[in-house]
Design a protein around this ligand. Structure first.
Ligand SMILES: NC(=O)C1=CN([C@@H]2O[C@H](COP(=O)(O)OP(=O)(O)OC[C@H]3O[C@@H](n4cnc5c(N)ncnc54)[C@H](O)[C@@H]3O)[C@@H](O)[C@H]2O)C=CC1
Ligand SMILES: O=C(O)C(=O)COP(=O)(O)O
Length: 322
């Protein structure tokens, strides 16, 4: 899957290069910072890189300790292309990039780890892999939803704790039929949100509310004019009417810590929050407090502000956090 999905980056790179950078066809090297994050021997299609530039030398480095070391490596290798995956690249590093660097590639979807404004000011294009894991993330969000719907996590916890109260008498854990429920997708008109919506509708969910910066889905969107889909610019409306709220915006200056107590308090007390976007989109301290106070039922968090959370984070202990 990843071999196929990395191709958009390659084709973007090819377009960038063929339009403006053809003079460098003979002398291209790429530096992959912290390459051990994935096994890219299998995932980078070197023949594509070679069609951009005749000699691509991919140098992979790991376990970089600090900005100084990063800069030292960059100046030593003088790469044309710098690749990274989810590793925070400090502003000062991009400011001091060697002049050889002509393309930044994020080898995944979210590119919040790069100081884009600095790259832009230096006229270095940045590309990502937009479809790197669209289906996998959508499946993850739906897995949280279905588990919340039938209290699967709680049932398993009770079994592991040898707590038989729900298996000997009347069943007290909630069991919801999603056909009667509404899913709210914040930033839901994007790739992952749309895929989540499509699966939720296939499961027969009553309604999907998508919040977007546009009042309607664009013509040509797979859910345009769908009878069970509502598009709104009013996130508060979505929060008030959803049984599950799933976050799908990228992390940027507008979305950073944008989902906190004020938003959670508008959700139904019976509702669940799902975050598979970026931990930093949530105001994590306020989210933890709201979960402790049971302002909502529970949260499914594929992402946290720091990954993994620090050992003393309350996130490790909260019973209503998955
Ligand atoms: N948990 C994981 O392993 C993964 C997480 N992700 C995260 O999911 C995010 C979304 O991915 P895609 O759906 O593929 O991206 P996308 O770009 O297709 O969709 C993002 C949506 O958010 C909207 N948006 C952007 N800025 C906004 C703002 N300031 N306010 C409101 N809406 C805004 C966009 O208009 C778009 O509809 C990525 O940026 C990444 O952070 C992506 C892949 C894997
Ligand atoms: O591509 C992205 O934005 C991701 O977050 C992918 O994350 P992962 O490869 O699942 O650690």
């Amino acid at each position: 899957m990843i071999i196929a999905s990395i191709r958009p980056t390659i084709s973007f790179a090819r377009r960038s290069f063929t339009s403006t950078r053809t003079q460098h066809r003979n002398e291209t090297s790429a530096l992959f910072l912290n390459a051990s994050r994935l096994d890219y021997d299998q995932q980078l299609d070197f023949s594509s890189w070679h069609s951009i530039c005749q000699n691509v030398i991919l140098n992979r480095v790991d376990a970089i300790r600090d900005s100084d070391e990063m800069l030292q490596l960059l100046h030593q290798h003088q790469p044309t292309i710098v690749l990274a995956k989810e590793m925070t690249i400090p502003t000062t590093v991009v400011e001091q990039f060697p002049s050889s660097v002509q393309l930044i590639c994020e080898a995944g979807t979210g590119y919040n780890n790069w100081p884009i404004a600095v790259a832009r000011s230096k006229r270095i294009p940045v590309c990502n892999v937009p479809t790197y894991s669209t289906d996998a993330v959508a499946h993850m969000a739906i897995t949280y939803l279905m588990n919340f719907a039938v209290s699967m996590f709680d049932q398993q916890r009770m079994l592991l704790n040898n707590d038989r109260s729900n298996f000997t008498g009347p069943f007290t854990l909630p069991l919801h039929e999603v056909g009667h429920q509404t899913l709210g997708l914040v930033g839901g008109a994007g790739r992952i949100g749309t895929k989540v919506a499509e699966i939720a509708l296939a499961l027969g969910m009553k309604k999907v509310i998508i919040s977007s910066r546009q009042p309607t889905l664009p013509e040509g969107h797979s859910l345009y004019n769908h009878p069970n889909v509502e598009c709104t610019t009013d996130v508060n409306y979505l929060l008030r009417h959803s049984d599950y709220v799933s976050l799908h915006t990228p992390l940027n200056d507008q979305t950073r810590r944008s989902f906190g107590r004020q938003q959670i308090e508008q959700m139904k007390p019976t509702a669940f929050l799902i975050n598979t976007s970026r931990g930093g989109v949530c105001h994590e301290e306020e989210l933890i407090q709201c979960l402790e106070e049971r302002v909502i039922q529970a949260a499914g968090l594929d992402v946290t502000t720091t990954e993994p959370p620090p050992p003393d984070s309350k996130l490790w202990q909260l019973p209503n956090r998955i």
